[in-house]
Design a protein around this ligand. Structure first.
Ligand code: 5GP
Ligand code: MN
Length: 326
């Protein structure tokens, strides 16, 4: 059944929006795009957006200073719209608002999403949640500010229109957004390519210490807590490292480990064309997309790498050699 935004918004007085923990370009883009549109088109509705701290580079998007980073125990919303989140747990601090809301709506493109809201608009083939948000809106009513946010989201999740998730529809939507008069070059330059000195230093460290494994089909790198402290880097400064690792010639999978606590790692996985990294992330309790996924794993870095590579090896085996469950 086709989802119509007017139907979802009917008789709603208080609406909250929320995205995933450690918000990335698509999460911020889709949330800000929808937030600005709702503020403009449904001015009678009280709309709030909840996100963890928005990375500084995204400040060029209008109204990011209105984002709420904490919830109030007394807040109850008629509707909670969850964006770019594969499961309710990924909402992080805003999850209680989702649980308490009169109605819930999820807009997402993660293949691992099991439709956990009352209404779900989940299209795993879509390039980004920002692209999905666009399809829900009346294109003629999208303002330049909302267009900037959505364009940023699409550009980020497609690796600037490079990854295989970029479809002709993605390009058509990007073109429509460009026609709103946005400065598309600046958005890409400022939010995607420009790096702080610290970000480049930690990227350099990750590249220097990377290793090729599994007959050079995989590249792996680990950034430990003491390196983060040494460079005074924030977790969001690590964005883009795994994509850079993936670009290594001859490599099929890139594995990037970020030590978040002793014996605990945030694992980012990227593949080129063969390995389904979403399956691997889901196996260990995470999620994501076929070519980009993530999971938090416990143990030593060697344990984590061994466990991940064991699953990669399984996929690399010809089907005839795989263990058949009895
Ligand atoms: P990244 O490696 O950039 O953190 O994430 C890659 C993709 O996997 C993103 O689409 C992200 O939403 C998803 N992802 C990353 N970590 C997790 C996780 O711990 N759980 C789930 N369900 N998805 C994740
Ligand atoms: Mn996304």
């Amino acid at each position: 059944m086709k989802i119509v935004l007017d139907d979802i918004m009917r008789e709603k007085h208080k609406v909250a929006l929320g995205g995933h923990v450690r918000p990335d370009g698509d999460c911020v883009g889709s949330c800000m795009g929808l937030y600005l549109y709702l503020k403009e088109q449904y001015p009678e509705v009280e709309t709030d957006l909840y996100l963890e701290e928005v990375p500084e580079a995204f400040d060029i998007i209008e109204a990011t200073d209105e984002v709420k980073t904490q919830i109030n125990e007394s807040d109850v919303y008629d509707l909670f719209i969850c964006l770019d989140c594969g499961d309710a747990q990924r909402l992080g601090f805003s999850r209680p608002l989702f649980e308490r809301a009169g109605e819930t709506f999820c807009i997402d493109h993660h293949i691992s999403n099991d439709a956990f809201a009352d209404h779900n608009y989940i299209v795993p083939d879509a390039s980004s949640t920002s692209e999905l948000v666009f399809t829900l809106l009346d294109a003629g009513k999208i303002s330049r500010s909302a267009a900037e946010a959505l364009y940023m989201g699409i550009a980020h999740d497609t690796g600037v229109f490079q990854y295989s998730c970029t479809s002709p529809e993605t390009m058509e939507i990007a073109a429509e957004l460009m026609r709103k008069g946005i400065d598309s070059n600046r958005i890409i330059e400022k939010t995607y390519y420009e790096k702080t000195y610290i970000q480049n230093q930690i990227l350099g460290r990750a590249l220097l210490e990377s290793m090729l494994i599994m007959d050079k089909k995989c590249i792996v790198s680990v950034i430990r807590k003491h390196s983060m402290e040494f460079f005074q880097a924030k977790p969001s400064d690590l964005e883009g490292i795994v994509s850079q690792l993936r670009q290594t010639k001859g490599v099929e999978v890139a594995i990037f480990l970020h030590e978040i606590a002793p014996q605990k790692f945030k694992v980012s996985l990227r593949s080129k064309e063969q390995i389904d990294v979403s399956e691997i992330a889901q196996y260990y309790g995470g999620g994501g997309h076929v070519r980009a996924a993530g999971v938090i794993m416990e143990g030593s870095s060697h344990d984590v790498i061994n466990n991940i590579t064991a699953r990669i090896a399984l996929q690399m085996k010809p089907e005839s050699e795989q263990d058949v469950p009895s």
